[in-house]
Write a protein that binds this ligand. Structure first.
Ligand code: F6P
Length: 548
């Protein structure tokens, strides 16, 4: 397999970067009145402005060529067709089937998965409607008021992010809580204030073996039984979402209270499956379905749009341009507003667990950068925290800004302020403030020459910092579905161009194995000597510190 760095387009991009890498976006905008028209695109209800990037027509042409030379179109077909592209685990990658609203058949091992997908959706609908209407009651006949999703990673981050994002659609009398960390304070502080009679636990785990989730689920069960007493009541308060029927039954949850999904759904792509049950209960199944529709619309766009006007493709290529040709090490995601505050954390798993790899599909060590460090936070808060480094630091940090034109909570002109701040940041990052401008401004304010000489260099903002703006009219379940699917496909494209298997996570598995081996040692008699000097010493130190 040809390495990406050996492809003609890669080499051409290297030469091109040497030509235009130093060009300032100020000049690009000044010399081109139609830059915005050429470097923007629409996909359904999402609009992308990528004109504030260090690209020219030639850059985009070469990047698209790179996508072609990497076989992106062929790989895209393979994914949608259900081929087992997650070859290290022998699995198809078919989260798109979960939101396949056109219901066209999708085959895995010769079998159409759509009837099963639809059947589980029907069960989710029935269950979530019953809970919301008060038809599904707790063991004393009271309606459910609190739903606690117990899961971690993909079994937590997606539903949590979506429930927060769609809070405007939720009912105040049916609250959602998320417990993920094995640290006892997480479950204990969540249970505080909850009533076992009106609390429903959703134990969400693809494998149903994850240590953190199982531990929290057992603690929740004990808490519940301390009041309910009778094991027979568990059935009305614990349901499971999993692919592992055997383990679910062993935990004591009856098969009729298990919502299934399948091994062709990766954990980090699972919010569209029954892992989204907490979403359906909290914001309603109709809204959950709208989110699926939005994601499906993005799937179709990704599948059908030509590469040069394909939003996930363009975003993936821009990320590669900075990571591999400018040496950028990270990617910021900056949703403006408060509802999408957990989007960066959600995307961290989606992106970094997928493309944080250093061997290619042939098992060869890569000699180029792969997945960027994804980080971020919501605006305007970030402006008062980490933006300084983006403006004046030494690193190049491409950033995605995300905003809706309208708010669900119109109050005074606060949403206009949010918008103004976002526009100000993308412009300031791009335009900056040059030395002569700083000096002129200071002079106009009456500063003397020595003050200007001393202060001016500190006030210079270099600019030329790239950003994308993703804009939507309203923040709805539909646009949220589109947005999340946009990033999923962006990650897919980057994985293909970097020649990775984006669908396994062996690094994470190693940590899980080691944790299981270390746990019994913490209560073992005598000194631990099984590991390296540091790990042994730390474990032994902690054993000496632990309360009896
Ligand atoms: O963090 C690693 C991981 O395997 C993720 O991929 C997954 O989303 C998470 O653990 C939870 O796994 P499970 O749903 O099986 O409990």
């Amino acid at each position: 397999m040809t390495r990406p760095t050996e492809l003609p387009a890669w080499k051409a991009l290297q030469a091109h970067q040497a030509d235009i890498g130093a060009l300032h976006m100020r000049e690009m905008f000044s010399s081109d009145g139609e830059r915005f028209e050429r470097f923007t695109l629409r996909a359904g209800e999402l609009f992308l402005d990528y004109s504030k990037n260090r690209v020219t027509d030639e850059t985009m042409k070469l990047l698209i060529q790179l996508a072609r030379e990497s076989g992106l179109e062929e790989w895209r077909e393979k994914m949608f067709a259900g081929e087992k592209i997650n070859f290290t685990e022998g699995r198809a990658v078919l989260h798109t089937a979960l939101r396949n609203r056109s219901n066209s058949p999708i085959f895995v091992d010769g079998e159409d998965v759509m009837p099963e997908v639809n059947a589980v959706l029907k069960r989710m609908e029935k269950f979530s409607r019953a809970v919301r209407k008060g038809d599904w009651t707790g063991y004393t006949g009271k309606a459910i008021t609190d739903v606690v999703n117990i899961g971690v990673g993909g079994s937590d981050l997606g539903p949590k992010m979506v429930c927060e994002a769609l809070a405007s659609y939720a009912r105040a009398d049916l609250r959602a809580h998320f417990v993920s960390n094995v640290a006892p304070s997480d479950i204990i502080s969540t249970l505080k204030g909850l009533d076992p009679e009106t609390t429903l636990f959703i134990v969400a785990s693809k494998t149903f073996t994850t240590q953190e989730t199982m531990a929290n689920a057992h603690t929740a069960r004990e808490w519940f039984l301390a009041k309910a007493r009778d094991e027979g009541h568990v059935a009305r308060h614990f349901v499971a979402v999993s692919t592992n029927l055997k383990a679910v039954s062993a935990f004591g949850i009856a098969p009729e209270n298990m919502f299934e999904f399948w091994d062709w759904v990766g954990g980090r792509y699972s919010l569209w499956s029954s892992i989204g049950l907490s979403i359906a209960v909290h914001v309603g199944f109709d809204h959950f379905e709208k989110m699926l529709e939005g994601a499906h619309a993005m799937d179709r766009h990704f599948h059908e749009a030509p590469l040069k006007c394909n939003m996930p493709v363009i975003m993936a290529l821009l990320g590669i341009w900075y990571a591999n040709f400018f040496g950028a090490e990270s990617q910021a995601v900056l949703p403006y507003g408060t509802r999408l505050r957990s989007l960066p954390a959600y995307l961290q798993q989606a992106d970094m667990e997928s493309n944080g790899k250093s061997v290619d599909r042939d098992g060869q060590a890569v000699d180029y950068a792969t997945g960027a460090v994804l980080w971020g936070g919501n605006g305007t808060n970030g402006q008062h925290a980490f933006f300084e480094l983006m403006h004046q630091g030494t690193r190049l940090i491409p950033a995605d800004f995300i905003i809706a034109a309208n708010t669900h909570n119109p109050v005074r002109d606060q949403h206009a302020m949010l918008l103004a701040n976002m526009f100000a940041q993308t412009r300031a990052l791009m335009w900056g403030r040059q030395l002569d401008e700083v000096e002129a401004e200071m002079r106009a304010q009456g500063a003397d020459d020595s003050t200007i000489a001393m202060l001016a260099p500190h006030k210079v903002i270099p600019g030329n910092k790239p950003s994308n703006t993703i804009l939507m009219r309203d923040h709805t379940p539909y646009t949220l579905g589109m947005l999340v699917a946009l990033y999923e496909h962006k990650i897919f494209c980057q994985g293909i161009l970097w020649r990775l298997n984006s669908f396994d996570q062996w690094g994470v598995e190693l940590g899980k194995q080691m944790a299981s081996s270390i746990l019994p040692r913490l209560s073992e008699e005598g000194a631990v000597t099984a590991y390296d000097g540091s790990t042994n010493a730390l474990i032994n130190m902690v054993k000496g510190m632990m309360h009896p």
